[in-house]
Design a protein around this ligand. Structure first.
Ligand SMILES: Nc1nc2c(ncn2[C@@H]2O[C@H](COP(=O)(O)OP(=O)(O)OP(=O)(O)O)[C@@H](O)[C@H]2O)c(=O)[nH]1
Ligand SMILES: [Mg+2]
Length: 360
């Protein structure tokens, strides 16, 4: 899974990237490349706890790839427009994270002249919508010509799906809010439309704004309630410093600022929610491991995440929830308490389920 970090100039994209990936880029290096990419291990206490219980040879976490996307700038010749090289770069990302500048620092003036998070969210949403409209329009024209010649049914279905999208875009509605059938989704998936991607807004606060964190998040949430956006916040300057400290030191730092969870944990948690993802767990002498699936996945498809053989020859899943295992202390105790059970292939896997797949 790849998440693109986007936003207006000097909003704090590279700062957030460094906070999440615990890397350090000096600002010259930060501008040299087109994009910085780093894999981040998804912290999961449950894997740690399983490690303590089962003493496996290794622990395996899931990971997310973050990309610091450089280059959303107003066009030099026509300041009403953004240069569109940026949009092409984010097409392949699974989700987007929009960093919005809320800190006010005269050293780094806001590129739009003032601090206004509601406006900044709207600026990017409009860019995504315009890019999708342009794409849809040209594809619709092509399809219409093609259909005149061939009368192909698949083309007709694609045209109908695209026209439905176009209508929503015209009404300034991002595609992530559109109700589409799995078949329509299949027909438009290849276009990688930007306003369809799950979007997380992260406000970049100053230290002084930390006390207003909840109010500021709520303001954006309320304004964009219909847009399917998740909103979070971080205090760029200090949280980046904290991310680069040793664990103990950073804990002290966090307490001092009243920050309960590290930016990494919070934002990864939001990313999972935004993307509708959950984790299930496996355990054994060799490894204890977390696996990522979409919420709603059944046991057989979840088994396929581990290995296609397990999916194809799936018989049953032995399931116990992580919380029950912690409560009762061992698998045997869970069996005695009746919380360990066998589930069939249609069972909907829950976040935190421990599964052992029985297969033929
Ligand atoms: N005072 C203050 N400065 C910050 C904060 N976050 C980032 N900065 C500074 O603002 C400048 C821009 O931050 P970056 O993270 O480089 O922003 P960016 O969005 O990557 O910028 P571009 O890639 O140039 O568009 C840097 O010098 C940061 O140190 C913050 O929360 N408070
Ligand atoms: Mg940058």
């Amino acid at each position: 899974m790849q998440i693109g970090i986007v936003g207006l100039p000097f909003s704090g994209k590279t700062t957030l990237f460094q906070t999440l990936t615990q890397t350090y880029l000096d600002s010259a290096a930060a501008h040299k490349q087109d994009a910085h990419v780093a894999m981040v291990k998804v912290p999961d206490e449950r894997v740690d706890k399983l490690g303590e219980m089962f003493n496996p040879k290794k622990l395996v976490y899931t990971s997310i790839e973050f990309v610091d996307v450089v280059g959303l700038k107003r066009d030099d010749r026509n300041s009403a427009q953004f240069t569109n090289t940026f949009l092409a770069k984010v097409k392949t990302n699974d989700a987007l994270l929009h960093v919005v500048k809320t800190f006010d620092d005269p050293m780094y003036p806001h590129s739009e002249g003032s601090i206004d998070p509601v406006r900044d969210v709207a600026i990017l949403e409009a860019e995504f919508i315009l890019a999708d409209m342009a794409m849809a329009e040209s594809r619709i024209d092509k399809l219409k010509k093609q259909i005149q010649k061939t009368q192909d049914d698949r083309d007709k279905a694609e045209l109908a799906a695209l026209e439905k999208c176009y209508k929503a875009l015209e009404e300034e509605r991002p595609l992530r809010t559109l109700d589409i059938s799995p078949q329509e989704e299949f027909l438009i998936r290849g276009f990688q439309m930007l306003s369809q991607k799950p979007l997380m807004v992260v406000l970049n606060l100053s230290e002084a704004q930390l006390g207003e964190r909840e109010r500021m998040i709520e303001e954006i949430r309320t304004k964009y309630a219909a847009s399917g956006i998740h909103v979070d916040a971080f205090a760029g300057k200090i949280e980046m410093e904290m991310a680069q400290l040793e664990d103990e030191e950073s804990e002290m730092f966090m307490q001092e600022y009243g920050i309960q969870e590290s930016a990494l944990n919070r934002i990864i948690g939001s990313a999972y929610k935004t993307l509708g993802l959950i984790s299930f767990l496996t355990f054994g002498e060799d490894e204890c491991r977390a696996w990522t699936i979409e919420a709603g996945t059944n046991a057989q498809n979840a088994a396929g995440e581990i290995h296609t053989d397990l999916m194809n020859r799936f018989i049953r899943a032995e399931v116990v929830h992580f919380d029950d295992l912690m409560k009762h202390g061992s698998i045997q105790a869970c069996k005695d308490e009746g919380v360990w059970r066998l589930e069939g292939k249609e069972y909907t896997v829950k976040d935190g389920d421990l599964m052992t797949i029985r297969h033929g």
